[in-house]
Design a protein around this ligand. Structure first.
Ligand code: BGC
Length: 357
């Protein structure tokens, strides 16, 4: 899909400015409400005609590298399926649940056919589900999975609410397996029989961050590895934060062998810090992430990054758009629509690059 429509979309997207940050070309950037008028929810006689249908999208934070790629792909796919750019509204929630809830209220007041929400947190999700179901507007959550209590509610009350995303446990397990595959004899640079590592986490309370942190390590523990965590800090998914944290850790807690990062944006920051410290990433310290960002893939190819886990934003965004169209056509969705992560090393980095380019 991505490849088939890319040239036509590119011209269109450049015209709209969609590729320069997802919220810039469509919605509004008013931090208070962050949404703009979309008119009344539409009534169409042809259920497969999407040209009059209105979608309200909220991103927890537009300034998130992975989410902005995700959103570009989502918009591209919606346009390719007949939605018009005027009817696709995107709001940046600035990682603030109150801003996000207000944006949803605005969308509902103005009239949208479906909401696609990348929730700031589980509390925001609870309120948003209440608002959307009261207004009888179907809801597609993406990327940040609401909690189990919330998901049971969709089932119990038969709500038109679904979550599209991957199981974050799998990404943590794959990170652990990447390290297992590399072998303790390779990673244990000081030869003391245990792995000295730093953990750089996403944001506190986020399920992806929690599971990746937990499972990457438990896979190694279960394999009988001896581990020594020298440093563990929250980098909020952000390259600069991670760079600063790792720079500090290298000064205060030297002797690290592996830096495990909850995402690639932070892995790239870790690599910068390691290099600026006068060490060679891939030789003196090994780094792994999650996402398979283009820049991370080239670092894997040149040996400065050990590996990553492909977080398939193409499959996820297309599935979210397909669920949206199902709701519009009156077709029910499963409450949980899953996708698979892919372990990524030098061996398949080129293959993944072909998919995401
Ligand atoms: C991605 C991160 C991103 C986060 C946002 C995760 O699945 O791996 O890169 O920052 O989602 O919620």
């Amino acid at each position: 899909m991505k490849k088939r429509i890319v040239s036509g979309f590119l011209a269109f997207a450049l015209m709209l400015g969609l590729l320069t940050g997802c919220t810039k070309g469509t919605g509004t950037s008013n931090p208070e409400s962050g949404s703009s008028a979309v008119g009344e929810a539409s009534v169409s006689t042809d259920s497969s005609d999407m040209s009059t249908k209105k979608v309200g999208i909220c991103l927890y934070e537009d300034n998130d590298i992975f989410m902005s790629k995700y959103c570009e792909e989502l918009v591209e796919y919606l346009l390719a399926n007949g939605f018009t750019s005027d009817n696709i509204k995107i709001s940046d929630s600035y990682n603030n649940r109150y801003v996000q809830i207000n944006q949803v209220k605005d969308y509902l007041t103005q009239g949208v056919d479906v909401l696609i929400i990348n929730p700031v947190d589980a509390d925001a999700a609870r309120t948003i589900t209440d608002l959307a179901s009261e207004a009888q507007v179907p809801l597609v959550y993406v990327n940040r999975e609401p909690d189990a209590v919330e998901e049971i509610r969709w089932e119990d009350y038969d709500l038109d609410v679904t979550y599209v995303g991957c199981d974050a446990r799998q990404s943590g397990i794959y990170q652990g397996e990447l390290l297992l595959d590399a072998g303790l004899e390779t990673l244990d640079l000081n030869g003391n029989g245990s792995l000295e590592y730093y953990m750089i986490e996403g944001d506190q309370g986020n399920i992806d961050a929690r599971y990746r942190t937990q499972y990457s390590v438990s896979v190694l523990e279960n394999a009988g590895w001896s581990l020594n965590c020298l440093f563990d800090a929250v980098g909020n998914w952000n390259t600069d934060n991670a760079k600063q944290l790792v720079a500090r850790a290298l000064d205060e807690q030297p002797g690290v062998e592996v830096v495990i990062c909850n995402n690639d944006a932070m892995a790239l920051g870790a690599i910068d810090a390691i290099t600026e410290h006068g060490l060679t990433p891939g030789k003196d310290v090994f780094v792994i992430g999650v996402d398979a960002l283009e820049e991370a893939l080239s670092k894997i190819e040149d040996g400065s990054m050990l590996g990553t886990v492909f977080n398939d934003f193409i499959a996820q965004s297309h599935a979210a758009a397909d669920a949206t169209m199902n709701f519009i056509k009156g077709v029910a969705n499963e409450h949980y629509i899953s996708c698979e992560y892919v372990k990524t090393t030098k061996e398949n980095a080129q293959e993944i690059l072909e998919i995401i380019k």
